[in-house]
Design a binder for this molecule. Sequence first.
Ligand code: ADP
Ligand code: MG
Length: 149
Amino acid sequence: MSLPEITLEIPDIPSTVRAVAEAGEMASKFGFEEVEVAKIATATAELAMNIVIHAMGKGRLTIRMVAEGSSRFGLAVIAVDEGPGIGNVDDALEGGRTSSTGLGIGLGAVKRLMDEFSLTTIVGKGTTVTTIKWLRQDGKAAGGDVQTT
Ligand SMILES: Nc1ncnc2c1ncn2[C@@H]1O[C@H](COP(=O)(O)OP(=O)(O)O)[C@@H](O)[C@H]1O
Ligand SMILES: [Mg+2]
């Protein structure tokens, strides 16, 4: 069984718009509620803009459905770049320090918008941010409705 997945290079702002559309489309298709789709899209926009602005467009986003066991499904949005890395992760996650060039959302907000968030970074090498939003466990679209290709 393979779950849907797409990887998009993020060199510029138009590519961030495409990534947001792809994430939103995949999230709706898999049964996320509209508010959850909006949260995923917002987080995707921020992660993509960080690649453009802070990693000089040297990175990509992977959007994929993930499964835990046979009944828990989620949407992962993973940003990988070969930018300068983040020297002070705690500072970056504080949120209050978002720069004027960004969307004004920030990594702290991405963490709050998604259910899972992990950031690994090496100064001089790059940054990887992995996020997941889980589908609700009340059965709706969490099992049989999920299509695999
Ligand atoms: N992918 C990245 N590569 C390098 N530095 C980053 C990256 N993402 C974020 N940062 C650093 O962390 C800070 C906080 O990021 P963020 O919360 O997204 O706010 P903003 O993008 O508005 O500055 C940024 O100002 C930047 O210095
Ligand atoms: Mg940002």
